[in-house]
Ligand binder design. Sequence first.
Ligand code: 3PG
Length: 214
Amino acid sequence: MNPKTQSEHTRKICELAPVIPVIVIDDATRAEPLATALISGGLPVLEVTLRTDAALDAIRAMSKVEGGHVGAGTVLTPDQVYRAKDAGASFAVAPGATETLIRACEEASLPLLPGSVTASEVMQAAEYGYDMLKFFPAETSGGAPALKALAGPLPHVTFCPTGGVTPDNAGSYLSLPNVICVGSSWVASGAAIADGDWQGIESRARSASHLRQR
Ligand code: 3PG
């Protein structure tokens, strides 16, 4: 898949909901009820970070839940790209962007949401053909004011800010013309997953799904 097409695919996925729950899961047996709760609550796009041994099995289980789009997060290497694709991931998210990773995702036809923060990083990603980017770590990188400033010289690039996004500040990001959605762990925290609090997760997903999306 060529870079432009890849990035268009990623944008289409990002347009499906205002919030992408960022999930760190230790027990793959919890993946199916977790995905069901989030999707029932109105958040169909899910990011499972490859930070735990259970992550790939969780992606495998969650991909089978109807109505969802399950991506692999914290993708750092080509090997992880191929494993994620094999597990059924429909997109990949990276904290940054390297040429090696970008090329691996293109070879695997796995749409990538690459991370960028500075104007130079955004310009570099755009040179590779990517104009739908993750802005990470969002809050410590200047938050909504930084994204607003980037929209001046780089209006064609859109973002999914992630890292420090909360129910209190999500609205300020989502009101920006260059923000398509936000990513955050608040909807499905590690503690809520460990507790099997599917009702609480579904309820937080429902509230998040009503946040205004451009
Ligand atoms: C992460 O790094 O886990 C994601 O960016 C989510 O960050 P958050 O826990 O601040 O929402």
